[in-house]
Design a protein around this ligand. Sequence first.
Ligand code: 5AD
Ligand code: SF4
Length: 490
Amino acid sequence: MINNFETRDNSEEIKRQYYYIDLLKEVVSHLKTSKNRDITACVETFGCQMNARDSEKITGILKSVGFEVIEDENADLTIYNTCSVRDNANQKVYGRLGRLSTYKKQNPEMKVVLCGCMTQEECVIDKLCKSYSFVDLILGTHNLFRFAEYLYYVYVGIDRNLDTQYESDIIVKGKTLVSRWEKTEIICEKLPVDRKYFYKSGVNIMFGCNNFCTYCIVPYVRGRERSREADEIIKEIEGLVKDGCIEIMLLGQNVNSYGKNLSEPISFAELLRRVEKIEGLERIRFMTSHPKDLSDELIQTIKESKKICHHIHLPLQSGSTRILKSMNRVYDKEKYLELALKIRREIPDIAITTDIIVGFPGETKEDVDDTIDVIRKVQYDNAFTFIYSMRTGTPAASMEQLDENFVKEQFDRVLECVQETARERVKLMQDQVLPALVEEVNKQDPEYLTGRLSNNTIVHFKGSQDLIGKIVNVKCAECKGFYYIGEMIE
Ligand code: 5AD
Ligand code: SF4
């Protein structure tokens, strides 16, 4: 399939969205005059880096039309950018919506918008329209680029005049506008973005996922895998660097399969080598790698690069070949171990981090022993451990589920093991002097700065605020378990 989306399909769409951005400017300006105060908006982000990046796009539009973006949810417009990877994320949103309804009773002109992965699920939309009818707009993930247009509809009403040739996906359900778009063909990356950090940024290189791991809802809510054209990505990064960005994180659910479907296929390693050549860019990160697609070419590219950070996130999910098969992960315990140990051998100082799910249907104590065996052998630098969460519509949801207490016990065993190996790995940096990108003033103690090493370890050290966004050398002086207190070396 050829999918050079950005060059082909989206110029009309972009023009249209800028038209609505202009109209929204008038709406906000009118509101400001009539209320004689700023009009506030709050964007609350749940979930992963993809969502964080989407929130920057939403905030970019809000600021460019004149909203005062604040952190307080009791705003004139509140947007929840939701996650649905695990059920507790969904429950959190429903809980928080209760609070928003109280705010809206106090301020009936308040607008509430829900977007992100949850709103791509039909059962969620039904529940929201039925029980949370004060929500003004529900917008899925595939057409977030239409945010300006739909927000205009919320304030002014649906603009039917322009709909002659235009495929609108807005429906009205009770008092709520709902965008139900199943299509994923259009990639629009040329709208305003408000970057949270001036010195670093995420860059989407691909969207969606084709892997259909049997526990995972992402392929259903983010759609089929589609890559952006390399030239577009390079142009975007060059622009970011001109704006002062020195670190970028290439984002995709499965970056290793980047470029396979482009009209001129290009491997992820090749893309990295092109990004490496961008002058002024100092650090490159990427997230997430699927073990099944991680090539030797990529390992060599990281090894030879001066800019690619020495950190690789390599989700294991389970160490049991039987469970991996049932999860549809397409690798087994041995293949994973072989790959992880090859990476360790080729790039000894690289940090390997992972995701692990405990309590997948059918998992036994012996399966968990296999997971623990892999953790011990790979010696992860950090691991995110999750209790399996049943997601409606996924194949694993119809498998027999495990006893909660058993799962909790197994989870604790896994957690203990990953913490042990992570502590051991972090200790290895004791007394080394390493470059750290200064990210912010320490939240607990403003005398300290917080920096990030190439391998993603956090180090806190004394220094002045004007170093934020710069790379400085820091001695890892005192190991505090998972992070360091350091000393800056001039
Ligand atoms: N239950 C628990 N964890 C999950 N993940 C994805 N789906 C589920 C689920 N249903 C985890 C995986 C993935 C990470 C982002 O979330 O470990 O790598
Ligand atoms: Fe979900 Fe698997 Fe795709 Fe990751 S690779 S997003 S776990 S389906």
